[in-house]
Design a protein around this ligand. Sequence first.
Ligand SMILES: [Zn+2]
Length: 79
Amino acid sequence: MAVPTPTTETRWRCTLCGNLTRFDVTRSSKVVEYVHLDLAGAANVEEQDVLSENIESVRCRWCNTVDEVELVDRPGAGG
Ligand SMILES: [Zn+2]
């Protein structure tokens, strides 16, 4: 089952327990990083450019159900 993507007006809600705030999100992404190494060889990522991003699964932290989320309106969005 595909996970719906929240927008500026919607948020996730667990369809089983009603949790709105705590989820474990498994995400795959393709990212270009500008890695800046110091003279000792320690790396520091100074810029990130996300080329693509895909949410693979969402697990509810309250009831541990996977991919049982729906989109509901955020408070104050669209009345
Ligand atoms: Zn839940």
